[in-house]
Design a protein around this ligand. Structure first.
Ligand code: PEP
Ligand code: MG
Length: 583
């Protein structure tokens, strides 16, 4: 039966395919595709982990105190039985051999399937066995996690490329990822993989998971609440990224309609692609800078492909995430920054120092347990609390600057003493390199304006920095007191709020007066419905994911800033700017 699930649109377009559920387990597990020659090794990892748990249970049975309650023995029998259950074993085998899921993913997928069967059971006793099954699976997962990866597996795991999968008839249909939640690091792992679209239960439009999804340039929806509960593995689904909807089990008529929409979208993309080499100049001759946001050095290829004139935001934290505490050293970082700099062939690359914390945990397995992580030890606060780590990063960036134009961008500054400490540490990193005889290059230093306190004390920032970059994702979050990753308040996350527009307008105007370049690198810069307003407010530099650049350029080519400026002023003074923009 056809039904639809509504969420928040993240990335436009239509995806039609079969659902791949990334099951949510109480234990955080890795999800990745293995190579076909790793199947045997993966199955033997599973057998070893299962046998280890069997032995654990048998030991417990053997050492059971005489006065132990009889239920305990019975429970162990049940657990042993579940462990050796045919359906569990055969199902897991299927996901590994047919779908090339890694052992942990296969196990949690099968658990999810069996759990649904348990939920449907009439008999209370049998229904309650679901909890036992979960416990047993978690024990196996724990053993898998502890067990060393087989030598034949090549870390880090990589999802097979599209062509490889197309050779295999198991994957002859597009796949759509359905998950309760995915960390930004997980999401990054899926970048460049087979998925044609994705949907998650949680998250807001500017959560970091959504941002990475947008960079993948596939239709995506977040905040769809119970999507992962309602969809089953292999269901046919349509992701409508334009409307923020997933349609499950679509009828042939609906499929045909969306197939048509999908082709229309492809034609539109083809038309936009022709704008790649067209200079971004408005009708009244204003030249606009279109820069790219990237997460990895390899993303520079996508930036060049759409004609970006530089990188306006390299979110360096993605080099640090999901590494189980083993952070990249100076050499590794230097090579990554240098690769990005060289990848842009002489165009400027803005490297933002690490911004971890809140919805970008360093390590998924060590979630932030503070009550308000977005207000906690995040971004520059974290760097200043870890000066050795920060100096390592600064030295690596300064060394990369010997290979091209590097702009250094500092996130989340608010206080004068943070500015002072940061600038001192940059000076110290330079002195350390000099003392060691290491080559380094000149850099421009910029600050993100993403905390209202910064936008309200621009004087300090204009005095100390070469350029400013408006982080509208956080500026909206902190101005409106709305957690950007919380779907339950997503309706209040309003980029048109008069307070937000006022802070933006004042920052752009102050930069222009002072002769300090100001850019916007939050998601707003890549939203074509915002382009005219931002131009009207005087913005001349936009940084966004490469996937958005051509659509924004199209708006720029049609815009006349001499007409947009007075109109933007009216919008700014309006009580309901969103209504004015809609009208
Ligand atoms: C922002 O806050 O707008 C921004 C660009 O930084 P991030 O999204 O990484 O927090
Ligand atoms: Mg930010």
């Amino acid at each position: 039966m056809t039904f639809s699930v509504h969420g928040i649109t993240v990335s436009r377009g239509i995806a039609i395919g079969r659902a791949v559920l990334v099951a949510s387990s109480r234990m955080d597990v890795a999800h990745y595709f293995i190579e076909s020659d790793q199947v045997e090794a993966e199955l033997s990892r599973l057998v070893q982990a299962r046998d280890a748990v069997v032995q654990e249970f048998q030991r417990l049975q053997h050492n059971m105190p005489r006065d132990a309650p009889p239920e305990l023995g019975a429970l162990l029998d049940v657990h042993l039985m579940l462990l050796q259950d045919e359906q569990l074993g055969a199902g897991v085998h299927h996901w590994v051999t047919e779908r090339l899921y890694n052992a942990e993913w296969a196990l949690t997928t099968q658990l999810e399937q069996l759990s649904r069967q348990f939920d449907d059971m009439q008999d209370d006793y049998l229904r309650e066995r679901k909890a036992d099954l979960e416990q047993v699976v978690e024990r196996v997962l724990r053993h898998l996690k502890g067990a060393a990866q087989p030598v034949t597996a090549t870390p880090p795991p990589r999802a097979p490329r599209q062509q490889e999968l197309l050779l295999d008839d198991t994957f002859d249909v597009p796949l759509v990822l359905v998950a309760h939640d995915l960390s930004p690091a997980d999401m990054l792992q899926f970048k460049g993989s087979v998925f044609a679209g994705f949907i998650t239960d949680v998250g807001g439009k500017t959560s970091h998971t959504a941002i990475v999804a947008r960079s993948m340039d596939i239709p995506a929806v977040v905040g769809a609440r119970s999507a992962s509960q309602l969809v089953r593995q292999d269901d046919w689904v349509i992701i409508d990224g334009d409307a923020g909807v997933m349609i499950v089990d679509p009828s042939p008529i609906i499929l045909a309609e969306y197939g048509f929409k999908q082709r229309q979208g492809e034609l539109e993309r083809g038309r936009l692609a022709r704008l790649k080499n067209t200079p971004a100049v408005t009708l009244d001759g204003q030249r606009i800078e279109l820069l790219a946001n990237i997460e990895q050095p390899a993303d520079t290829a996508a930036a060049l492909a759409v004609g970006a004139v530089g990188v306006g935001l390299f979110r360096s934290e993605f080099l640090f995430m999901g590494r189980a505490g083993k952070l990249p050293d100076e050499g590794e970082q230097y090579h990554a920054y240098r690769a990005a700099v060289e990848g842009m062939h002489g165009m400027p690359v803005t490297i933002r120092t690490i911004d971890v914390g809140a919805d970008k945990p360093l390590d998924d397995r060590r979630a932030d347990t503070h009550l308000n992580p977005a207000l906690g030890l995040r971004a520059i606060r974290w760097s200043l609390a870890e000066p050795a780590m920060f100096l390592t990063q600064l030295r690596a960036i300064l060394r990369a600057a010997a290979h091209g134009q590097v702009h250094l961008l500092i996130p989340m500054l608010a206080h004068m003493r943070e500015i002072r400490q940061t600038l001192e540490l940059i000076g110290k990193a330079r002195a350390q390199l000099d003392a060691a005889g290491q080559v380094h290059g000149p850099i421009k230093i910029g600050a993100m304006i993403e905390v209202p306190a910064a936008a309200l004390s621009l004087r300090l920032f204009l005095k100390h920095f070469d350029f400013l970059s408006l982080g509208t994702n956080d500026l909206i979050q902190y101005t409106l007191a709305i957690d950007r990753a919380d779907e339950s308040v997503a309706h209040l996350y309003d980029q048109f709020h008069p307070a937000v527009l006022r802070l933006l307008a004042d920052t752009v105007a102050a930069g222009a007066r002072h002769g300090t370049p100001v850019s916007v690198c939050g998601e707003m810069a890549g939203d074509p419905t915002m382009t005219r307003l931002l131009l009207g407010l005087g913005l001349r530099s936009f940084s966004m994911h490469p996937s958005q650049i051509l659509a924004v350029k199209q708006e720029i080519l049609r815009a006349d800033t001499s007409k947009l400026a007075p109109w933007a002023h009216i919008v700014l003074e309006s009580d309901e700017p969103a209504e004015l923009l809609a009208g």
